[in-house]
Design a binder for this molecule. Structure first.
Ligand SMILES: NC(=O)c1ccc[n+]([C@@H]2O[C@H](COP(=O)([O-])OP(=O)(O)OC[C@H]3O[C@@H](n4cnc5c(N)ncnc54)[C@H](O)[C@@H]3O)[C@@H](O)[C@H]2O)c1
Length: 368
């Protein structure tokens, strides 16, 4: 069976890092016969400026019908200051494809990358799940008396029992299936139900109910302010963390900083069992776009998450897809340990140097 991947390079450094990521995926496909088919999309700022189209009509339906996963670069262009095209494309996919589970590994690959004294790869190794379709991001609300001194603004946070339960169950399933490197199986749910009573209360009640189905997973609750402090003070106490959309958004950027910066942080947005959209966490980085110095490691790590997801969709190909994913992980780790580093990680290498190193490393892992 062919596994079709829609490739959306987007804007700025998006096309630069995805070119490297796609070259790696094509190498893997050739070596391991993974059945990958690529379908490149021109969605982004240029098309928006030309004909005001973000995602063409029927595109979501085509993705749902034909595509196993989306490999996404970044959006953002100074000529579109309100990010109108980004909202249509990115939020369109997250909502339109019901990609309710956003997840980001927060894993430090090398001591030299950690901003925390005495904390390195053994301590910083967690997986943060963010509910991706509800909360304050549903664009419900409005303003009253806008532009006057009496202006009132309201954003409505939506939390549904179904939405909360499915992200919690996915988090628990993941904690059970993929223990931390030291064997820990734990899920920390975070909210602020002492102050945000209604939505927070629904999260806490649902958590108390669902955790009963996972007696083998340690279930912990922390208020989000305490969690933020503990992620810095004692990251080793966390394995899987589950948060709502807003808290998850903020916590995952803290997570990116703990692992060494945006040049490394990878993410997936998935509807388990259906489709997934995989993107480096960083944006289009207009300050370095076109200079050939963007760090492609986040895009490589993202490719590994994508391969893991594809393995859940095809049992026959799964062993080869997982082998490919682990080879990419090993190459990314080897690169930060002893390979070329781009300027964001303190080196002077170019995007292509890192890409060449990673592809060569993957090649020799698979040949061994
Ligand atoms: N998912 C997305 O597509 C996404 C996410 C965040 C921001 N954005 C958009 O991107 C644009 C720029 O936003 P920003 O500057 O706040 O965030 P950004 O992530 O693009 O850049 C922040 C800083 O990190 C650096 N950086 C980011 N990725 C890097 C990489 N791979 N290698 C080396 N350095 C890297 C940049 O040079 C910049 O100094 C804006 O239009 C914003 O809306 C898009």
């Amino acid at each position: 069976m062919a596994l079709k991947i829609a490739v959306v390079p987007g804007d700025g450094i998006g096309p630069e890092v995805l070119a490297e990521g796609c070259a790696l995926l094509r190498d893997l496909d050739r070596t391991l016969d993974l059945g990958l088919v690529f379908d490149e999309k021109d969605w982004g700022a240029e098309r928006w400026l030309k004909d005001k189209v973000g995602m063409p009509k029927g595109a979501l339906e085509q993705l749902e019908r034909e595509v196993a996963a989306v490999y996404f670069g970044a959006l953002g262009d100074p000529r579109i200051p309100d990010m109108a095209h980004g909202r249509e494309i990115l939020l369109g996919m997250r909502q339109g494809l019901d990609l309710y589970a956003n997840f980001r590994p927060c894993k430090c690959l090398h001591e030299s990358l950690s901003p925390l004294k005495g904390k390195g790869p053994r301590e910083i190794d967690m997986l943060v799940f963010r509910e991706n379709t509800e909360d304050l991001y549903v664009a419900l609300g409005g303003t009253f008396k806008q532009g006057t001194v009496d202006e009132v603004a309201q954003d409505i946070s939506i939390n549904t029992r179904k939405g909360v339960e499915r992200i919690l169950r996915h988090g628990f399933d993941t904690a059970r299936a993929r223990p931390r490197h030291d064997g820990m199986k734990k899920l920390t749910m975070t909210d602020k139900h002492n102050a945000v009573r209604f939505g927070g209360g629904l999260w806490k009640r649902t958590f108390d109910l669902v955790k009963g189905d996972y007696p083998d997973v340690v279930a912990e609750h922390l208020y989000v302010d305490v969690l933020a402090m503990e992620m810095v003070r004692k990251p080793e106490r966390f394995h899987v963390v589950v948060a709502n959309n807003l808290f998850g958004d903020i916590l995952t950027d803290l997570g990116a900083a703990l692992m060494g910066g945006l040049g490394l942080a990878a993410s997936g947005n998935i509807h388990p069992g259906k489709i997934g959209m995989f993107e480096p966490v960083h944006g289009s980085a207009p300050d370095i776009a076109g200079k050939g110095v963007a760090n492609p490691l986040a895009a490589f790590w993202t490719a590994s998450l994508l391969l893991d997801f594809l393995a859940t969709k095809d049992a026959t190909l799964a062993p080869r897809l997982l082998r490919a994913a682990r080879a990419v992980d090993a190459a990314v780790s080897a690169c930060v340990a002893a390979g070329p580093r781009t300027p964001d990680l303190g080196g002077s290498a170019r995007t292509k140097d890192v890409g060449d190193f990673v592809r060569a490393h993957v090649g020799s892992t698979l040949a061994a």
